[in-house]
Design a protein around this ligand. Structure first.
Ligand code: HEC
Ligand code: HEC
Length: 309
């Protein structure tokens, strides 16, 4: 997000007095121009995570340094540069790695995990391990871990609605479309295209796209309906997260039923297919249920089948 002041006024304009969203200090410092030589500091790492499209997307004039394939920011999903406790927070990320990834079938470190989001959520390409920008992001996420250690219990507690509880039924796309029109369209656009900050895509988005060619790809975590529903229930509409479980589930399915960038070699994901999440939207699967049911549910029959000897 390159223009916080403009964002705030637009958010206030569209959402009116119901909006309680406030911009934290983490978002207030001015964006570094993309031309500045990368320095391996946590502060620069935060800039990259907050203003990703400026530094690693369309705002980056050197194509060799443009790793992102879309113009989302990491902070489009990891709110407040990952500093916000709760859904998709990065406060505790560093402590989880290295760890085994079922998707990759190997033990990966934090660099690998960031590259997972780079290739999927950002529809881009891997950054080299010794890339200074990658190292700065790692440093920043490690610093968040130390920050979390020092935080009191009240600061660690997420201010978000009760966690999403999955309805035991298939998602209803028609209802999802109605929720979208009523609750999301005002910011994310009639065609899920988002709202650009200016006519120049190099300036990024005020409201990021939810589908279409500048969105996350089909291999991304957000392309899974349960992951998306958890995020939406916790965070959306931004500043006013009031959806029921049914609304969050249906609108997540509707969003993910739209077109988005493809990803190559998805069949190589989850070399052990029994580790594939039930809501992974692309085949092959370890069970005989159709793709449609993996995309929309109901999931209890799939889970019951997978528990068979
Ligand atoms: C479209 C939304 C989206 C965007 C954009 C995005 N991510 Fe993620 N990220 C996710 C989701 C969803 C997960 C969790 C995936 C899962 O549940 O398997 C995740 C997980 C992670 C994790 C692991 C967190 C943990 O606690 O294990 C890290 C680190 C991370 N992302 C960093 C980044 C970085 C850095 C960027 C930008 C280069 C980025 N992400 C962009 C959605 C996103
Ligand atoms: C008031 C404006 C507003 C409304 C209404 C709103 N959003 Fe968002 N949404 C945002 C902003 C802004 C972000 C990026 C977060 C940030 O930059 O802090 C975002 C991020 C997202 C993301 C992750 C990033 C991406 O582009 O994939 C998803 C998914 C999402 N919103 C879904 C929804 C859904 C579904 C609804 C309706 C239930 C909704 N939003 C309603 C403003 C809004």
């Amino acid at each position: 997000m390159n223009n916080t002041a403009l964002l705030v006024s637009v958010v206030t304009l569209v959402a009116g007095s119901a909006l309680t969203w406030t911009v934290l200090s983490s978002q207030q410092s001015a964006a570094l121009p993309a031309s500045v030589e990368p320095q391996i500091t946590a502060e620069y790492g935060q800039q990259l995570i907050r203003d990703t499209s400026l530094h690693l997307g369309a705002g980056q004039s050197d194509p060799a340094k443009r790793y992102a394939g879309n113009n989302l920011d990491c902070s489009s999903c990891h709110l407040e540069s990952g500093q916000k406790p709760g859904n998709l927070s990065l406060l505790q990320a560093a402590s989880k790695y290295p760890t085994f990834s079922g998707r990759d079938g190997i033990v990966g470190d934090l660099t690998d995990r960031i590259n997972g989001c780079m290739q999927r959520s950002m529809a881009g390409r891997r950054m080299e391990r010794d890339n200074p920008q990658m190292q700065a992001m790692v440093l920043y996420i490690e610093q968040l871990g130390r920050q979390y250690e020092a935080m009191g219990e009240s600061l660690r507690t997420a201010s978000e609605p009760p966690a999403f509880v999955e309805p035991d039924r298939a998602a209803d796309l028609e209802h999802g479309a109605a929720v979208y029109v009523e609750r999301c369209q005002i910011c994310h656009g009639v065609n899920g295209e988002g709202l650009k900050a200016t006519a120049d895509i190099a300036d990024g988005y005020l409201f990021p796209p939810l589908w279409g060619q500048d969105s996350y790809n089909i291999g991304a975590g957000m392309a899974r309906v349960l992951t998306a529903a958890r995020f939406i229930k916790a965070r959306m509409p931004l500043g006013n997260a009031v959806l029921s479980d049914d609304e969050a589930f249906d609108v997540a399915a509707y969003m993910n039923a739209q077109e988005r960038p493809a990803m190559e070699n998805l069949a190589n994901d989850y070399p052990d297919r029994t580790l594939k999440p039930v809501d992974s939207p692309y085949p092959p699967y370890a069970d005989p249920f159709p793709v449609e049911q993996h995309r929309l549910g109901p999931y209890s029959p799939i889970r019951a089948y997978n528990k068979k000897p």
